[in-house]
Design a protein around this ligand. Structure first.
Ligand SMILES: CC(C)(COP(=O)(O)OP(=O)(O)OC[C@H]1O[C@@H](n2cnc3c(N)ncnc32)[C@H](O)[C@@H]1OP(=O)(O)O)[C@@H](O)C(=O)NCCC(=O)NCCS
Length: 168
């Protein structure tokens, strides 16, 4: 498994993956799926500045995209922290790809991006995401009522995080 930055050339592959996964993503993800080229161009502008970085998780053997993970709201200085968002796709979930990909992302964030803490916010009923984040080594920090508007309602989220010290 490998991680790399998302780029404009990924449109066709990502559009097909988002189309096949629209139902699966709608329940858990705040944004609409990327289907049109305009959707994708607009999505990529998020990564123009220093605040957000967009990565794809790919199979090393075929290069096939199997998931994505974004490092959002990067705070420098005395925090060196960020919040991650991620998903697999309908045809790639349940194979261990995300566990390996998020593991690589954590190493990249700490070693190359010089971050110190990563946070993930997960709905209590999202058991697949909770299992994943535990496997990757995050710890539960707390509970945030009405944290984010997802799928038509303000949803409670659990707050999970990992710091460099937890990986040493
Ligand atoms: C949350 C999400 C990313 C979890 O992904 P995932 O596919 O479960 O994670 P992995 O790719 O690491 O697969 C792990 C699962 O595959 C199983 N698996 C099957 N074959 C495997 C293999 N060869 N190697 C490792 N694991 C394997 C594991 O047992 C595990 O299932 P379990 O948690 O029931 O034990 C995915 O369900 C998803 O995209 N959901 C919709 C979007 C979403 O919720 N995003 C997160 C918002 S907070």
């Amino acid at each position: 498994m490998a991680i790399r930055y998302v780029c404009l050339q990924d449109f066709e592959e990502l559009s097909a993956l988002h189309t096949e996964s629209a139902k699966m993503l709608a329940r858990w993800m705040p944004g609409p799926p990327i289907v049109t080229f305009e959707d994708f161009e607009s999505y990529l502008t998020r990564f123009d500045g220093p605040l957000h970085e967009g990565f794809l998780i790919c199979r090393s053997d075929t290069g096939e995209i199997v998931g994505w993970v974004n490092v959002n709201n990067i705070i420098r200085g005395t925090h060196q922290s960020a919040t991650i968002g991620y998903s697999a796709y309908a045809s790639t979930t349940g194979r261990g790809y995300m566990t390996e990909g998020l593991g690589l992302l954590v190493r990249h964030a700490f070693d190359e991006m010089e971050l110190h803490r990563l946070e993930a916010n997960i709905q209590p009923s999202n058991t697949a995401s909770l299992s994943l984040i535990k496997r990757v080594g995050f710890h539960r920090e707390g509970y945030s009522p009405n944290f984010q508007y997802v799928d038509g309602a303000w949803r409670d989220h659990e707050r999970w995080a990992i710091t460099v010290e937890m990986t040493e």
